[in-house]
Design a protein around this ligand. Sequence first.
Ligand code: EPZ
Length: 430
Amino acid sequence: MDKLLIRGGRELRGEVLISGAKNAALPELCAALLTDQPVTLHNVPRLQDVSTMLKLVRNMGVSAERDDNGTVQLNAAELTRPEAPYELVKTMRASVLALGPLLARFGHAKVSLPGGCAIGSRPVDQHIKGLQAMGAEIVVDHGYMVARLPAGRTRLKGARILTDMVTVTGTENFLMAAALAEGETLLENAAQEPEIVDLAEMLIRMGAKIEGHGTSHIRIQGVEKLHGCEHAVVADRIEAGTFMCAVAATGGEAFLRNARGDHLDAVIDKLRDAGCKVASEKDGVRIASKGPAYEHLKAQSFSTTEYPGFPTDMQAQFMALNVIARGASMVTETIFENRFMHVNEMVRLGAHIHVEGKVAMVEGVQQLSGATVMATDLRASASLVIAGLVAEGETLVDRIYHLDRGYDRMEAKLRGLGADIERLTGAAAA
Ligand code: EPZ
């Protein structure tokens, strides 16, 4: 099992290229299932979840070729098995995004229930509720969602969908299903993330009729067929935010090429309030901060909430900054019920954090000390890397397969900014 060995204390300086967004690429790979014509996706990040999604669609009979510069060519003309098997779905919950497109195009689909996840139970009941509102008959049978259209119907029908809570992948499933449904679909409390907007723009390129994407009300007029398209995946705002927190924590200055500052307002506001200089430029974002953080930055309280609020996917990384900034801060996680698993690992590095339910109380310390820590989930592992970059001595981060799921060559990018970080594999990692 690979590990990351980090020697802390070095400032980060230079330029880093931000990759395409994992949480846009995953639904967009599924959008290719909606047509029998070729689809080309550019700027697809090189990470484990994308490899898993490619395996999933190939398993259905879709041809999917990825080249070395982030372009994926897909063709679902020969899709013969509208199914997502358990052994793939259990490793990546986003497989549920195949349900809407398969149902919309073929009228039936069999997708494994995802099961639990480290950060919460993360049910998919809202996905089922919305697709049932569009006329689908969905039963759970031996761990699978078995979905089909009622006898006599060849298409889903447009519906008004109001979910119990805002759901990102739920909104994405409904968008893709509604694109081919008969009539109009209205999503009443849709998610507003930039990845939703990017997916909608790709679907429009395929001939879909969508308006209101990026707001809580999205209106879709179904069409009979969708054609192929070429689309570039939007830059990953969470990867960009992660690097911003790393530069803030270590001190230094970096230009994040392709980062979209307008997709990170809530995080950038907090970084500026802490004392960082952040500037959106034509083709990226520049961040500068003096080190050590304890002398120059003030810890910031925040609550995670749906976009455009502070993203839950940035909670662990910003906490890593609060841990070594000056003063006390309150971090409130309102989206997932178990997204503080990085706390105990940070305490091993010398952090002062106390958790009460949804709130973590952090007291900044002047110095962390390196130790062996264990990654527990994707963004927790990123936060431990940030903490290791500032801790005195060596930090060994174990189980970094969590990190590899959602970050494109993170240690190489950090080394490019001057970090002392290396991946231990095989015997070296034993
Ligand atoms: C997406 O997950 C992202 N994943 C997550 O990113 C992100 O943390 C999350 O949205 C919130 O922003 C992808 O886009 C692939 P939700 P998703 O449905 O869609 C509850 C990362 O680190 N809920 O918006 O699964 C759910 O339990 C990952 O990149 C139901 O109860 O999240 C949660 O409490 C982690 N029933 C809340 O809603 C449902 O049917 C929001 O979940 C659906 C959701």
